[in-house]
Ligand binder design. Sequence first.
Ligand code: 2HA
Ligand code: ZN
Length: 273
Amino acid sequence: MKITDLEVMRGFIRLCDDGFRQGWHERNGGNLTYRLTPEEVDACNPWFVQGRPWVSMGVQAENLAGEYFIATGSGKYFRNVSLAPQDNICIVEINAQGDAWRIVWGLEKGGNPTSEFPSHFMNHSVRAETTGGACRVIYHAHTPSLIALTFVLPLTDRDFSRALWKSATECPVVFPGGVGVVPWMVPGGAEIALATCELMKKYDAAVWAHHGLFCSGPDFDTTFGLMHTIEKAADITVRALSCGQGIRQTISDDGLRDVAKAFGVVIREEFLD
Ligand code: 2HA
Ligand code: ZN
């Protein structure tokens, strides 16, 4: 038995592989974090190393004090995760103040958790709060069609939510709350972390202009599914616009209301005409 045989580790590794195969993780692009349940921490505990130094994050969240996260490594490639998980991902423990991490497993050849760890951490804090603790996954990917749309659509929550909802009938069912949009910013720092957090209070997905997408969810399937659905919606929009005739017909706003009603979800009415 290895730590990577545990179901939660297999789920994390499988998502990395699936994302790479979708073409969302060129080079070291993208990152993934998962907040372990207490039972999962107990199951992983026999493999933990003690006494590594605490590393301050520059951000703080009291509601994540003492939590444990699985995280992809900074500069590591998603395509290598399944081949050598112990060298490309890690488990970190958060200190009692909620402002520093230390590695308890993984990155055996050295390294740190993802450069976007402050963004992930603050998003986990907000999403855990908004979902009563249900949210466990934050996933960032470089989804090409969605990135393409950030060059041609107005960078507003409303414009992106409407375009994506209308691109395929299932979309308003999968993300009835819509998506938020962060304007272009330097990645990796506190500013983009805080801007994303503001949006994550309202949405479970946030577009980063000219960069990619952040998704959150309770488990790997739901979170990967959200990323996949949003990117596919963007791809359909790009294909339709690429035909060069503009959009001749689309799903009406009342059509979106009807789908939401039929599937028992609450669509964000403020974005509908
Ligand atoms: O390279 O995706 O946003 C990792 C990233 C930074
Ligand atoms: Zn990125």
